[in-house]
Design a protein around this ligand. Structure first.
Ligand SMILES: NC(=O)c1ccc[n+]([C@@H]2O[C@H](COP(=O)([O-])OP(=O)(O)OC[C@H]3O[C@@H](n4cnc5c(N)ncnc54)[C@H](OP(=O)(O)O)[C@@H]3O)[C@@H](O)[C@H]2O)c1
Length: 340
């Protein structure tokens, strides 16, 4: 069967926020898979803040996407043709590198077959039972080292990673304060998710709110945002405090270095640990995390939301920009094609 691919090609590096003009949607025939390869029809595309970094020439943890290349992206798809043992048409997989495209030819050795979990939608493999869950799990438990009774502050707390981090913090016995934009997101944190407090950074001064909600200070800053929000939390880290530096989304649309906290001396005086991490380093331990995350979901202790943007691949660049305005409710995903 002749299949026509749709793929977003990076045309130039964005200045500021991403726009559709930075990429071109190209239609081209799909070549047949060769030995050891799979032809995958992508169902869902994960839209992540790091997509913006990949489009830039900034020094980062992976090579930037080249001009003229298919935009990199993590997908879940269905195998339509298999030239590899162990895979058959109809299998649901995460291809090695899915990309912003309808069809992917993936090396079978790089593809992961996904086992359906009863009662859990496929989209969860790109969120709580996928990279988002791993980021929250290892970022908090390995880097944050939470202990019962400690104060954990999470920024972008109503987002995909942040909402999981706060709930895992509660499971670990921490007092958890979330920072998020708007009353609805803050109400979700302190209501359904059981956070001890929430700060609406769009409506109140973050530092003053933290002084009210946790006058004892902060033990763990799970940092997703950077900039002034990071500074307000950092300045309240108390002795032996830790910053798990997960992301700095407030600076991703800017050029040049991402600025750090203004008082570097605080690390010395308060014996702080500031440690960045990238989730891909923990992939060899994914099974351990998925087992525990799955248990917490089954016990009703870990909730999440997937926000699926409809309308197909053409809407990918516009959908991505929602991460930078907060105009989404949970893990941002795009439906590329219908589930089988
Ligand atoms: N280190 C890793 O391996 C790793 C892996 C995954 C993600 N991350 C990082 O984790 C962070 C969250 O990612 P996610 O995928 O879970 O996205 P997300 O939190 O679901 O969405 C991003 C959120 O960031 C907030 N935001 C955006 N611009 C902001 C600004 N200027 N000031 C304050 N808040 C802002 C918005 O929340 P409000 O609506 O509340 O404003 C938005 O909803 C990002 O920094 C990302 O780069 C790191």
């Amino acid at each position: 069967m002749d299949r026509l691919n749709q793929k977003w090609i990076l045309q130039h590096r964005p200045a500021g926020g991403v726009s559709a003009a930075d990429l071109e949607l190209v239609h081209a025939p799909v070549p047949p898979p060769r030995d050891g390869e799979l032809l995958v029809r992508n169902l869902y595309l994960s839209l992540d803040p790091t997509n913006r970094l990949w489009m830039s020439a900034r020094e980062q943890y992976l090579p930037p996407v080249g001009i003229g290349e298919v935009m990199r992206g993590v997908t879940v798809g269905v195998v339509e043709e298999s030239r590899a043992d162990g895979f058959a048409p109809g299998d649901i997989v995460m291809p090695g590198e899915g990309g912003w495209q309808l069809y992917t030819i993936s090396a079978a050795r790089l593809a992961r077959k996904l086992k359906p979990v009863p009662g859990v939608p496929l989209t969860a493999h790109l969120s709580i039972l996928g990279p988002t869950g791993l980021t929250a799990y290892f970022g908090l438990l390995e880097i944050g080292q939470p202990k019962p009774g400690e104060v954990l502050v999470v920024s972008a707390a109503a987002g995909a990673v942040g909402s999981a981090v706060g709930q895992i913090g509660k499971i670990m016995g921490c007092k958890v304060i979330g920072i998020a934009g708007g009353p609805a997101k803050c109400a979700w944190l302190t209501g359904a998710l059981g956070f001890d407090g929430a700060v609406d950074y769009k409506a109140e001064d973050v530092g003053a709110a933290l002084d009210r909600l946790c006058p004892e200070g902060v033990d763990i800053d799970f940092e997703n945002v950077g900039g002034t929000i990071m500074n307000a939390v950092f300045e309240r880290l108390r002795q032996n405090g830790r910053m798990a530096l997960c992301g700095m989304i407030a600076g991703y649309n800017d050029e040049g270095p991402l600025p750090g906290p203004r008082d570097f001396g605080r690390i010395l005086m308060q014996r702080l640990t500031v440690r960045g991490f990238i989730v891909i380093d923990y992939l060899p331990r994914a099974r351990e995390a998925f087992t525990r995350l799955g248990q917490w979901i089954a016990e009703g202790r870990l909730k999440w939301k997937d926000h699926v943007v409809e309308g197909g691949l053409a809407g990918a660049p516009d959908a991505l920009s929602r991460l930078f305005t907060g105009n989404h409710d949970g893990k941002l995903l795009l439906r590329i094609s219908p589930e089988p």
